[in-house]
Ligand binder design. Structure first.
Ligand code: AHM
Ligand code: MG
Length: 341
């Protein structure tokens, strides 16, 4: 075991971003500042998540969000931290969140910038009270040119237009995983120095995998191509796939994606016959798109079963999407089954 040497020689998130910015290309200063600010908010969220009952932050907030879901105290706290950290920096025209029906406008006393920030402040919040990993997901778009006041319309851009995306997983370690279109890089929070430190440069999703993630209890509600695909995996080495598969389901998409980017796998949240009009459970703009951007940048693939998630033209801020993402070989198979059906 080799321990990291002098802490001052480590590459912190700030240093990494400044050095990347100097190289030119896709990381202008305003975007770099915005990413750092999101990182700072995630640190504050991480400390609250870690304190749990000691800080009195577990349990229900007693309110509901626009999706009709009960909010946890930490959903509300994480949302406030992200708004407070990002409203004054001058990089943003507006923000949107899973926890807010309408876009949040930058208060008049602060300068406005060129970007739009979208987030799911605390994804997987059913896991908070049971001390299982949760995470923050975010996506950055450019505000359309000539927009006086950013509106819901301004946000409705396909995922291919994202200029950055990332997630922070609050697990045994707190890790920030980022892309701005030049690969995917992971930073671990050092609690002693309070810095995110580069620990995973150029993360890649293995192309081949023997592991899948899906909530099996919804089997009866799935569409035939999903049933076929999962059935064939369950059949193991004597079935059509000719090998055995293992299954994991954390019920925190961030933890799931982090596992997949680390050791491969496929994550699925298909469309569901219970609420067919909804096109899926997960939200396109602040769950599907940022995760798809990260996975694609890491060499994986992300579709809604029929088309590339990032190619979908959104029609509403809180629109849902079916999600199949991860190792290329597997996402290709399940997407082909949808196309064949
Ligand atoms: P949330 O944004 O309300 O936390 O819901 C999203 C989460 C994902 O992280 C996870 O993949 C999924 O919901 C789990 O759903 P289920 O409880 O149906 O298995
Ligand atoms: Mg969520």
């Amino acid at each position: 075991l080799r321990l990291p040497e002098d802490p001052m020689s480590r590459i912190t998130l700030s240093r990494f971003l400044i050095e990347e910015q100097r190289k030119g290309g896709s990381l202008p200063p305003q975007l770099r500042l915005l990413i750092e600010t999101v990182g700072r908010a995630c640190k504050a969220i991480s400390y609250s998540v870690n304190k749990g009952a000691l800080a009195g932050v577990l349990g229900e907030a007693g309110t509901g969000n626009i999706q009709g879901e009960a909010q946890k105290k930490l959903d509300v706290i994480a949302n406030d931290y992200l708004l407070d950290a990002n409203e004054w920096g001058g990089s943003l025209a507006a923000m949107a969140s899973e926890e807010m029906e309408l876009p949040y406008h930058i208060p008049g006393e602060y300068p406005k910038g060129d970007y739009l920030l979208l987030f799911d402040p605390l994804d997987g919040s059913s896991n908070i009270d049971v001390n299982i990993s949760v995470g923050t997901i975010f996506s950055v778009l450019r505000c359309p040119e000539g927009t006086e006041h950013a509106s819901e319309e301004s946000f409705l851009q396909p995922g291919t237009r994202q200029v950055a995306a990332g997630y922070t997983v609050y697990g045994p370690q707190t890790m920030l995983v980022l892309t701005w279109g030049a690969g995917v890089h992971g930073f671990t929070l050092d609690r002693e120095t309070g810095s995110f430190v580069l620990t995973h440069r150029d993360m890649r999703v293995p192309e081949r995998t023997g592991e899948f993630a899906i909530n099996m209890s919804n089997w009866r509600h799935w569409e035939p191509p999903v049933k076929r695909y999962v059935e064939e995996m369950l059949a193991g080495s004597t079935g059509p796939r000719g090998r055995d598969f293992n299954m994991r389901w954390v019920a925190s998409m961030v933890a799931e994606v982090h596992r997949i980017i680390t050791r491969g796998g496929i994550f699925m949240y298909p469309r569901d016959a219970r609420e067919p009009e909804k096109k899926g459970k997960l939200r396109l703009m602040y769950e599907g798109n940022p995760m798809a951007f990260i996975i694609e940048q890491a060499g994986g693939m992300a579709t809604n079963g029929r088309e590339r998630i990032m190619a979908i033209q959104p029609e509403a801020l809180h629109e849902r999407v079916a999600v199949f993402l991860g190792s290329k070989e597997e996402v290709e198979i399940v997407t082909r089954y949808h196309q064949d059906a």
